[in-house]
Design a protein around this ligand. Sequence first.
Ligand code: GAR
Length: 208
Amino acid sequence: MLKTVICVSGGGTNLQAVIDGIARGTINNVQIVRVISNNKKAYALERAAQAGIDAVCVSPRDYEDREQFNEAFLKKVEEADPDLIVLAGFLVVIPPQLIRRYENRIINIHPSLIPSFCGKGYYGLKVHEAALTRGVKVTGATVHFVDEGTDTGPILMQKAVAVESGDTPESLQRRVMEEAEWVILPACLDLIAAGKVTVAKGQAHIAE
Ligand code: GAR
């Protein structure tokens, strides 16, 4: 069993896709041992509760400085003793000590085809706004390993999604979620749990 901690900030539809994948058997040998949110009001916490998953909230607002938050966050992760950490719409910068301790064991889902529309300031709807402003005809989603940069780690899986005329940031976000995010995040978890994923020289590889 791949013990997995999932970190969330908002609606938690990617968390739900993983919960559903485990229930349906499209994700095998994965157990969600804890959900961590930085936001008490995140609907993702409700989804975790409905699925009977341990869920905790650690908000930077409740700590005097970043260092104290980082320590508290690290503690919440380590208590759960995960094999893998999944950032599923987690909008807080991950403490560097956590990234070092869990090297190649943290993945993130990003709603564009990296290296387009990623890095500092590109999250949630802003990504889709930028894609529409640029006028790209294809966008998509990326699952990548997390290193100390922002969206710079080894790419594990990507899926393209067509932009349609008349798209709004909201309609594009929804299509990218349905056609790409909720497909590739569960697929990556299944592959990692099956031991099929390796990282070498800054690149992720999937065994045949
Ligand atoms: C998702 O679109 C995810 O890709 C994005 O936030 C959304 C969370 O939705 N993540 C980022 O932008 C990270 N840079 P969800 O809470 O419904 O899964």
